[in-house]
Design a protein around this ligand. Structure first.
Ligand SMILES: *[C@@H]1O[C@H](CO)[C@@H](O)[C@H](O)[C@H]1NC(C)=O
Ligand SMILES: *[C@@H]1O[C@H](CO)[C@@H](O)[C@H](O)[C@H]1NC(C)=O
Length: 188
């Protein structure tokens, strides 16, 4: 899709400050890495705080500045701070905005950990941050991914880390699963 020079300039103006911030976040996440062995939960919490600010900014660009309207329909609100495993009907890469919106309403934006494609590792600035904050990067080859997934779920299961992993359901035996959906209208 061709963009007019003005739209390109607008894109730059919106994205450059965020990219600079992302670079700072990468540095902060990297500095936390050596502490991970000794204080894993503290590092997980701090990484989540940093991630929250980065993702909230992305969300603001989409919703506030680009006027996307996200409609969340559900017969039940996800409780604040509830951990969830979210299975998305991944029809377009923009669905992360929808998942982030739902996570944000539950105060879990910074706790989102995506099963991201391994190749995202090579996206400048973003890839390093994803890796440093412990996003599960998968190759879709089970032989290779098994260890990565085991590592990811160890934090959730053993250390009881709150997490929102990319419709969401409450733990069994608590309440019926909310049937929910988020839709968006793309900005023109
Ligand atoms: C990490 O965050 C959780 C949830 O906010 C909190 O209960 C816990 O005390 C924090 N732990 C550390 C070590 O910061
Ligand atoms: C998956 O990974 C294993 C170990 O690296 C490799 O031996 C195997 O050929 C891979 N399978 C596919 C379908 O790529």
């Amino acid at each position: 899709m061709p963009f007019s020079p003005l739209a390109q300039l607008r894109g730059l103006v919106l994205l450059l400050p965020w990219t600079a911030y992302l670079l700072g976040a990468d540095v902060a996440l990297s500095l936390l890495l050596p502490l991970k062995l000794l204080f894993p939960t503290l590092v997980f919490n701090a990484s989540s705080l940093i991630a929250n600010s980065v993702w909230a900014w992305v969300q603001r660009i989409f919703v506030t500045w680009n006027h996307a309207s996200i409609i969340v329909s559900s017969n039940q609100r996800l409780p604040k701070g509830e951990s969830a495993i979210v299975v998305a009907n991944h029809v377009s890469w923009t669905d992360f905005y929808l998942i982030q919106e739902v996570a944000q309403r539950s105060g879990m934006l910074g706790r989102c950990r995506w099963f991201a494609k391994n190749s995202l590792r090579w996206v400048p600035f973003l890839g390093w941050g994803l890796w440093a904050m412990g996003m599960p990067l998968v190759s879709r080859n089970w032989t290779r991914d098994e260890r990565e997934l085991e590592k990811v779920f160890r934090g959730v299961v053993q250390k009881k880390w709150p997490v929102s992993k990319a419709p969401a359901s409450p733990p069994p035996n608590t309440s019926p699963a909310p049937s929910g959906a988020a839709t968006t209208t793309a900005p023109s």
